[in-house]
Ligand binder design. Sequence first.
Ligand SMILES: Cc1ncc(COP(=O)(O)O)c(C=O)c1O
Length: 387
Amino acid sequence: MKLAARTATLTTSATMAFSARAAELARSGRRIVSLAAGEPDFATPGHIVEAMVEAARGGATRYPPALGLPALREAVAKTASARYRVPIDGGQVVVTPGAKLALWAAFQVLIDPGDEVLVPTPCWVSYAPQIAHAGGRMIPVPMAPEDGFRLDVERLRRALTDRTVAIVINLPNNPTGAMASDEAMRALGELALERDLWIVSDDIYAELRFVAGPYPSPLRERPELAERVVVIDGLSKSHAMTGWRVGYAIAPKRLVPALGGLIGQTATGVTTFVQHGAIAALEGDDTFLAGWVASYRRRSERVVTRMRELGLTVARPEGAFYALIDVTPCLQGEDDLAWATRLLDQAGVAVVPGSAFAAPGHVRLSYACGDETLEEGLDRIADFLRG
Ligand SMILES: Cc1ncc(COP(=O)(O)O)c(C=O)c1O
């Protein structure tokens, strides 16, 4: 008996397969230093956990509304209005089980079979399979390494065809940590208006920026863009809540019934008491965040310094907790996956092969780990390269 054709797009992500191999080695007794994590090394702040537990004890254990608790939708809208500096209301918010499901729902709603979606690369692993699952095709648009992979709208313009329906942006970027200028956001907004395109803005790392100043977003540039920008966000990275599965889409109101319909007909909604924790995250004290960002920033500097000492090229991250290292000079007739596997097997250091992020010849190094772990990992990489 056959399986539905769409299952062909649902491959295991390379990052997960690689983490599984590292975990297997660790289980066998090897001490593995993992610089592969896609999640903060900090714990969810206590007041958020308390709010969730209290809600569960208080009986918030029944079905949630498909679009999310009204108080959470309002809290998201208030936070977003402050970040984007434009009015956003709770009616534009759809709460989802993690940002990943917000993205999935957005692609399902925006893409018809045969449509093309431009994605600046390097990019996160899940865009291509999610776009393919909606029947579309991801068109990778390589950004310039010599410009630190910052968003270059001219390159996007050159990749447009009659089938292009949307552009995905992700600032700071996973895996490069790159941002974009306000000027690039203006140009992107103009392009979207001129060519009648959607912009899917994956802002999951927006709070983890090392550079001061307002967050660059097309939403801030022209009021008309509110009708064509879908923001994807959540609490996974900013509040160390990856396991809670709370994300959201902030969309033009005409998309909200379809997005909510997809979530309602699949997950029903996000666990009710978890949503109470999410409200506490957005409304409560967030002074911890500055300390976390300072740690990420300090560690990013260590990575850049140590890698450059080894003669390797790495763009200076402007946010998130990743750095993309060019390992092409180190390859011995192998690709980045084989190199990363050799590093894992011989030096006991786990990083993620760049080809998973449409960045062949590179590896992604995560510094969402303790300072000592990071230093040990960097020492081991140096020893490995010196042979
Ligand atoms: C760029 C990017 N977008 C979205 C997500 C998904 O976030 P969540 O864990 O909230 O589903 C991730 C997680 O790694 C990510 O790196």
